[in-house]
Design a protein around this ligand. Structure first.
Ligand SMILES: *Cc1c(COP(=O)(O)O)cnc(C)c1O
Length: 422
């Protein structure tokens, strides 16, 4: 079979290399595996290193690709730790923020930009990215200095944290930061418009979780941590995942689908509640996003919902499989305070949505609260709540000390094109 990936909208298919280079499918849908490869879970249990497990899981997806997923590749792109912190009883926090820009986005941005760079070789590509705060910094860091890539990063003006903005606009060279006078959904819509307008032989793609190479590596963290805990507790594992554009949680479902020892998956949204509404009414109605304390999850039209729904055959099945709750800002604040008072552990506002869910449920199985960002990125929100200051990691300090440059545009294609041409 030559084509291994198909569009969620059913009108397009592609090899893995084509899917990465295109980003969005030609029918406007998102690429998903036509068939998930058969991965030997038993063999996966034999890997004690994240990098060797990564090779085992990723290789079959890259069958017949120009990209060779070998040890060298995996050691280069997965060079960070993903510690499981024991919180209490059978509950753990999975810290996914030990990459260079301190959010889980780093863990897939490195993989993505290495894949793209290898595929392009001497050609060049423009990579356009919409960010709700963390993707921008992560992919900018990962792409900065790569000669065959030009990065254009769209962030919603005044809707991300001060430190997130610094991490996006401190690079220069091949990285261009654009403050869009709108919200994340408008940034993402601009990305989709640019990609669907560009002929498929021109090199435009995206580093958003729209791109399959951003999403696939996220499976690894769920596989790795679920195996670790399954061995320790002799039981399947539950995950609570802070979600916005629904990429991260889609990867968790894919890991479960592949057969890793995952029992229940709980989705924690912030006050943006389109997924909750969809499951209740059966009608999908995108909304303008609401600004919350968990800004990186402020999404009113989540792209990856198409991928998530493709796993199920009926609304009933979706309702059974998708356990979602929308968490208000007040509850985020309380969760941050409660967790700090109990354990002196500082949650970022996104992770706090998952912790809030944990507080209101009794989990009989080992339970993992997925921590998506380092709290230091959101100091202005957290410090007044806990009455303590958060130590700034050295890598962040360096980025904050650099000069910031960005341009401003209106949330329409004309304004964006003016920037691209001018
Ligand atoms: C991006 C992000 C999320 C949401 O992840 P999705 O894949 O968009 O659902 C949650 N928390 C943080 C800190 C993020 O940066």
């Amino acid at each position: 079979m030559r084509h291994k990936f198909r569009s969620t909208r059913g009108q397009d298919s592609a090899s893995i290399d084509e899917a990465i280079l295109m980003g969005l499918a030609r029918d406007g849908g998102l690429f998903i595996p036509e068939q998930f490869p058969a991965i030997s879970i038993k063999r996966c249990y034999e890997h004690s290193q994240l990098t060797s497990l990564a090779k085992e899981i990723m290789s079959p997806f890259f069958y017949q690709s120009k990209i060779v997923i070998n040890d060298t590749f995996c050691r280069k792109v997965f060079n960070f730790s993903t510690p499981l912190i024991h919180l209490e009883k059978n509950t753990y926090i999975l810290e996914l923020f030990h990459g260079p820009t301190l959010s889980f986005k780093d863990l897939c941005a490195q993989f993505f930009s290495e894949c793209l760079s290898l595929l392009l070789q001497k050609k060049t590509s423009k990579v356009i990215v919409a960010t709700s705060g963390d993707t921008g910094g992560a992919v900018a860091q990962a792409m900065h200095g790569k000669r065959n890539i030009e990065g254009i990063i769209l962030f919603p003006k005044n809707k991300i944290s001060i430190r997130q903005q610094a991490q996006i606009s401190c690079w220069g060279d091949n990285i261009h930061a654009l403050a869009v006078n709108g919200d994340f959904d408008q940034c993402q819509e601009l990305v989709k418009q640019v990609l669907s307008e560009s002929p498929s032989n021109s090199y435009w793609t995206t580093a958003n979780s729209i791109n399959i190479a951003r999403l696939l590596p996220q499976i690894i963290f769920y596989a790795f941590s679920s195996i670790q805990l399954a061995i320790q507790h002799n039981s399947n594992v539950n995950f609570i995942v802070p979600s916005g554009n629904l990429g991260n949680v889609t990867a968790c479902y894919w890991a479960k689908y592949l057969g890793f020892p995952i029992e229940e998956i709980w989705i924690a949204n912030n006050a943006n509640h389109v997924l909750h509404d969809f499951l209740r009414t059966g009608v999908y109605k995108p909304e303008n996003s609401i600004t919350t304390l968990a800004t990186a999850m402020d999404v009113g039209d989540p792209s990856n919902l198409e991928r998530l729904l493709a796993l199920f055959t009926s609304l009933e099945e979706c309702r059974e499989a998708l356990n979602v709750q929308s968490v208000r800002d007040e509850d985020i604040k309380t969760a941050i305070k409660t967790c700090y008072n109990r354990y002196q552990y500082i949650l970022c506002p996104h992770t706090a949505t998952a912790y809030h869910r944990y507080l209101s449920y009794e989990s009989k199985k080992p339970c993992v609260i997925v921590s998506t960002a380092h709290p230091a990125k959101f100091a202005e929100t957290i410090e007044p709540l806990i009455n303590a200051s958060i130590k700034i990691p050295h890598a962040l300090e360096i980025m904050l000390s650099k000069k910031q440059t960005y341009s401003e545009i209106e949330p329409n294609l004309q304004s964006l094109k003016h920037f691209l041409v001018g």
